[in-house]
Design a protein around this ligand. Structure first.
Ligand code: PCA
Length: 201
């Protein structure tokens, strides 16, 4: 089983992206992992991942991003066909109120086993929950573009998105209480989630 596992680069003034740091360190000996760094840039993000799907022909696609402020690892249930950027991406683009894909369907559901992934993470002692919104920034955009491309090409492989919290190194100096999760827990959580993929059981 070959899994394309992607992580976004740091954005929004952060020095690190816990998603990328975790993706780099995830190890699941039973699977072949193809790891990819994705720029936090509209369009480019989708281009890079869709190209990798074409060249590597993975059996599953799991994209990972940071959701600052969350306290749990959250497999996303749904990607919606809207971009409404609250901050600029890493190239200064800040599109508002436009579709991810013109005339695409309103939304796509994740085709990852999100409930099994949450159970697997909880069993491993890692805080996890299904999320019902991937936001309206680059993460939701990438999830939508990947699911749309797979739907259009008729390729039925599990694909979707997982958001991870900040790591304590990002939140230590803030005055307000911002939740975080240590990197090693994010790594173990992602590993547990990957083992919930059908061929991993
Ligand atoms: N999180 C952002 C984009 C990149 C990332 O890691 C998001 O949630 O859209």
């Amino acid at each position: 089983m070959k899994i394309l596992l992607t992580g976004f680069d740091p954005f929004g003034g952060e020095q690190v992206n816990p998603a990328l740091e975790a993706v780099k360190r995830v190890a699941v000996p039973d699977f072949e992992l193809v790891k990819l760094t994705v720029p936090t840039v509209f369009e480019e993000a989708a281009q890079v991942v869709l190209d990798a799907i074409e060249s590597h022909r993975p059996d599953a696609v799991v994209c990972v991003g940071q959701a600052g402020g969350r306290s749990q690892i959250t497999p996303e249930r749904v990607a919606i066909n809207i971009i409404d950027a609250r901050i600029p991406d890493n190239r200064g683009n800040q599109p508002k109120d436009c579709p991810a894909v013109k005339e695409g369907p309103a939304a796509y559901f994740s085709t990852l086993p999100i409930k099994d992934m949450v159970s697997a993470m909880e069993t491993a002692g890692i805080p996890a929950a299904v999320s019902n919104t991937a936001g309206t920034f680059v993460c939701n955009y990438l999830m939508y573009r990947v699911l749309h491309a797979l739907a259009v090409s008729g390729r039925q492989i599990p694909a979707g998105f997982i958001h991870v919290p900040y790591i304590p190194e990002q939140t230590g100096n803030r005055a307000e209480d911002v939740p975080s999760l240590p990197l090693d827990q994010i790594i173990r959580g992602l590993e547990a989630a990957l083992y919930a993929l059908p061929a991993g059981q």
